[in-house]
Design a protein around this ligand. Structure first.
Ligand code: SF4
Length: 689
């Protein structure tokens, strides 16, 4: 009947499962999700999605959703009203601020949440509490890539668009596995490679799907990417292959940079990286032969002590070969979360207001002081690594965190948990009772993306709107409303009635997205920053200028940072990353039956060689031990990993097998991104399968 037809609702939304930013219509009837329908209008994916975008939504109706605010009483929690919870938060946070100062408070934002929510979080920290102690999970992943790009070309984002990837003659992927982590983006490369003669080189410890498809798979010794990247750049210069005209007109620092490469000979690179000289030359020659090169990289590069420097080396290579500013060229740091780009763009970072405007810049600060009507701190805040240390040292006393499973995803989990235990007051806001929530004093029930409006920014700097498909379940509320309530309980007078008003305010204060409005993003419309006031957006960065005073890029010399030394007993290298089917710590996808049925838990990948040496069978239970902790996990024997290198997908809900009990507190020197990938363990066999 027509009655029934009107109950079926069709809503445009944006996927929450990775930085590709697929958008599609979701069909619902009451709370039932009928289907996902991608359409040709979707700017990124057209009619494609991956398994997560297509089937990963049932979690919104999980009986495990948080229903009401919860307040700790000894070792349990009782259900409270919103007013009671908000009053408690306001009074506790205010008392701690008065006793220990503004910088004893810390705020963790969320790359799963919208731009508007992240904007409000940093505004709350800065204008209501007076601290710049606000950070987000880009600290766990792509901050080093941003640093590498800031040093050399000026903008911390993909320099081109995803559509351009198919225009490149050559794709070089370093330390990334887009076939599982960015599936729809990977499809474009697979297609161009298979049908249109595009060449593909993959440098990775694992023979992952992209490496299997590649024309050339480089397998470097762990943590040595900077060396081979610098060596092929030197070879390219020595052969006279550098892009002379481009370098002369558009790039500074050539002589100094060339001098810095002196020690990076092919001999040295072959010896330290284990990549045969012939493969290094082949890589350089393929780059020289290509009219356009795109380099894609992710956590395999960034999560090292030298992550920022290796990211810089990638950008240097692109500059030397003139691969910026044209279609089918450029730097593509692949953002993991759906809105990791936007969270950083909107200022949930300790040293930057929205749009990477420095808190130390007096003019910028005065602009925000005027707009927000309060005095702001000019001292850059703690990043999340410093927050954890700050709690251990007694400097940080209270934390407010939303949509971040820090207890599982930060490195050295035991160290992080011990910090949480020491907090005087801890507020966690989430959709589920997360591992992190177990440490909280107050837990606030938030609404997932389908229950609210807002915008996300994907890996190619593209703003897209999501519309509300469902009402908030139980007493949950959208994060932006909760943050506003907390501000208003503390005497702020925020009056946003719709996320569009938050965007309007942010755009006014931020030149990078001055022309972003909800009207210009209606339906499937999208904009890529920088967006000028008249709404002109930017598909390819640096076509004419680099955003430095003289308009020129900068070659930036870097040195090799050797990996962390380990005791001999930790004889196996442990790598970690993602799985196609699950998202991150799994709070969402482990609440989707179909996905859990297919991939019920995580596992450790072991090479045939090692399995033979240790007499291991597929499915055996082993204990992995590092200096920081231990986990127990099932073995999967595979040719994806090499010799004494192991791989554990990070995606699990099970405490016993979470890889970050093993990882250390070592970190990238420039950004404090944990060196998750510099890890060695030993293995004990507990039971054969
Ligand atoms: Fe979602 Fe990423 Fe899959 Fe697209 S590729 S459907 S954005 S998880």
């Amino acid at each position: 009947s027509s009655m029934r037809a009107t109950r079926v609702k069709r809503t445009k939304t944006v996927c929450t499962y990775c930085g590709v930013g697929c958008s599609f219509d979701i069909w619902t009837k009451d709370r039932k999700i009928l289907k996902i329908e991608p359409t040709t209008e979707a700017p990124v994916n057209g009619i494609s999605t991956c398994v997560k975008g297509k089937f990963g939504w049932q979690f919104v109706n999980s009986p495990d959703r948080l229903k009401k605010p919860l307040i700790r009483r000894d070792d349990t929690f009782y259900e409270a009203s919103w007013d009671e919870a908000l009053d408690l938060i306001a009074s506790k946070m205010t008392a701690i601020k008065h006793e220990h100062g503004s910088d004893s408070l810390a705020f963790i934002a969320s790359s799963k949440c919208t731009n508007e929510e992240n904007y409000l979080m940093q505004k709350l920290a800065r204008s209501v509490f007076g601290t710049n102690n606000v950070d987000n999970c880009s600290r766990y992943c792509q901050s080093p890539a941003t640093t590498g790009l800031f040093r050399t070309v000026g903008y911390g984002g993909d320099s081109g668009s995803m559509h351009d990837l198919q225009l490149a003659d050559l794709i070089l992927i370093v330390g990334a596995n887009p076939a599982e982590s960015h599936p729809v983006l990977a499809t474009r490369i697979k297609r161009a490679h298979k049908h249109f003669g595009q060449k593909l080189i993959v440098a990775d410890l694992r023979k992952n799907e992209m490496a299997r498809r590649a024309d050339l798979h480089l397998h470097p010794t762990p943590s040595t990417d900077l060396i081979w990247l610098s060596a092929i750049t030197k070879y390219i210069i020595d052969q006279g292959y550098s892009a002379q005209a481009f370098l002369e007109q558009r790039v500074n620092g050539y002589d100094e940079y060339v001098a810095s490469l002196e020690s990076f000979t092919l001999e040295y690179a072959e010896k330290t990286t284990g990549i045969p000289r012939a493969q290094l030359i082949q890589t350089a020659e393929m780059i020289h032969a290509a009219k356009g090169l795109c380099v894609l990289w992710a956590m395999g590069v960034t999560q090292h002590c030298g992550g920022s420097d290796t990211s810089t080396a990638i950008s240097n290579l692109l500059l030397i070969t003139g691969n910026y500013g044209r279609p089918g060229t450029g730097a593509y740091p692949l953002r993991g979360h759906n809105n990791v780009q936007g969270a950083a763009d909107f200022g949930t970072m300790p040293a930057w207001f929205p749009g990477y405007q420095e808190v130390q810049d007096d003019e910028v600060r005065e602009k925000f002081e005027k707009a927000w009507g309060t005095k702001l701190s000019k001292i850059p805040g703690y990043d999340n690594h410093q927050m954890v240390d700050g709690i251990h040292e007694g400097k940080v006393k209270a934390m407010y965190l939303f949509g971040e499973e820090m207890a599982f995803v930060d490195s050295n989990a035991n160290h992080v948990h011990a910090a949480f235990e020491k907090l005087e007051f801890f507020v966690v806001q989430d959709v589920f009772f997360s591992k992190t929530a177990q440490f909280a004093d107050v837990i606030l029930p938030a609404s997932p993306s389908l229950e609210k409006e807002g915008t996300f920014t994907n890996t190619e700097r593209r703003f897209q709107r999501l519309y509300q498909a469902l009402d908030p379940l139980y007493e949950s509320r959208p994060d932006w409303k909760i943050i506003m309530s907390i501000a208003n309980h503390l005497g702020a007078n925020w009056t946003y009635e719709h996320p569009s008003e938050i965007m309007e305010e942010a755009a006014k204060l931020t030149p990078l997205f001055a022309g972003v409005t909800y009207d210009r993003l209606e339906g499937y419309k999208s904009l890529q920053w920088p967006v000028a006031e008249d709404g002109t957006d930017t598909k390819i960065l640096y076509t004419e200028m680099f955003p430095f005073d003289d308009g020129k890029a900068r070659l930036y010399p870097v040195e090799f940072t050797p990996p962390v030394e380990v005791e001999e007993q930790y004889d196996l290298h442990l790598n970690n990353g993602r799985l196609l089917e699950h998202f991150h710590e799994g709070n969402m996808t482990y609440h989707v039956d179909g996905i859990v049925h297919k991939v019920p838990s995580t596992f450790v990948e072991v090479s045939h060689e090692l399995a033979k040496e240790r007499d291991l069978q597929d499915g055996a239970l082993v204990r992995l031990i590092s200096p920081y902790g231990r986990i127990e996990i099932r073995v999967a024997i595979t040719d994806r990993v090499h010799a004494k290198e192991l791989y554990v997908p990070m995606n699990t809900r099970a405490d016993a097998e979470a890889v970050n009990y093993l990882t250390s507190s070592y970190h990238d020197l420039a950004t404090h991104t944990p060196a998750y990938k510099e890890m060695s363990v030993r293995m004990e066999v507990l039971e054969q399968s």
